[in-house]
Design a binder for this molecule. Structure first.
Ligand SMILES: [Zn+2]
Ligand SMILES: [Zn+2]
Length: 144
């Protein structure tokens, strides 16, 4: 089974503390990829993959920016090894994008209405009781 670590270079200090969580998410990712697609809409089958991708980046982001629990060196390492998504994290630093689910949902050309994805519409602006479920990643609303 492939390890998360891809390069031969030894990882920075602290790696052993985050490795178990990353291994766990990686295992979930593999599971999601091989999961039976029976009875699901085609778009739905990729939702867990987006979700886990989000979780991995979020984990690293929180550790570094919020909890300050990992070093800059380890953070950079995770970005370089593509364990965390640098582009997604760059968005999280912007106001209003703190909880952004995935990059696709802000690519306007991908939606039917040439606007942001439904999950990016602030709750206050939605019709009452409307259930949000984005088709790209299954997000239930991530604005603000
Ligand atoms: Zn979203
Ligand atoms: Zn999304």
């Amino acid at each position: 089974m492939p390890k998360i670590r891809r390069s031969k270079k030894p990882p920075p200090e602290g790696w052993e503390l985050i490795e178990p969580t990353l291994e766990e998410l990686e295992a979930k990712m593999r599971e999601a990829e091989t999961d039976s697609h029976e009875g699901k809409r085609k778009s739905e089958t990729v939702w867990p993959i987006f979700k886990i991708h989000h979780q991995k980046s979020r984990y690293i982001y929180d550790l570094f920016y919020r909890r300050k629990a990992i070093s800059r060196e380890l953070y950079d390492y995770c970005i370089k090894e593509k364990i965390a998504d640098a582009n997604l994290i760059a968005k999280w630093k912007k106001q209003g994008y703190e909880n952004l689910c995935c990059l696709r949902c802000i690519q306007t050309r991908d939606t039917n209405f040439a606007t942001n994805c439904i999950c990016r519409v602030p709750k206050a602006k939605l019709e009452e009781g409307r259930i949000v479920e984005c088709v790209h990643c299954g997000c239930r609303g991530c604005s603000g």
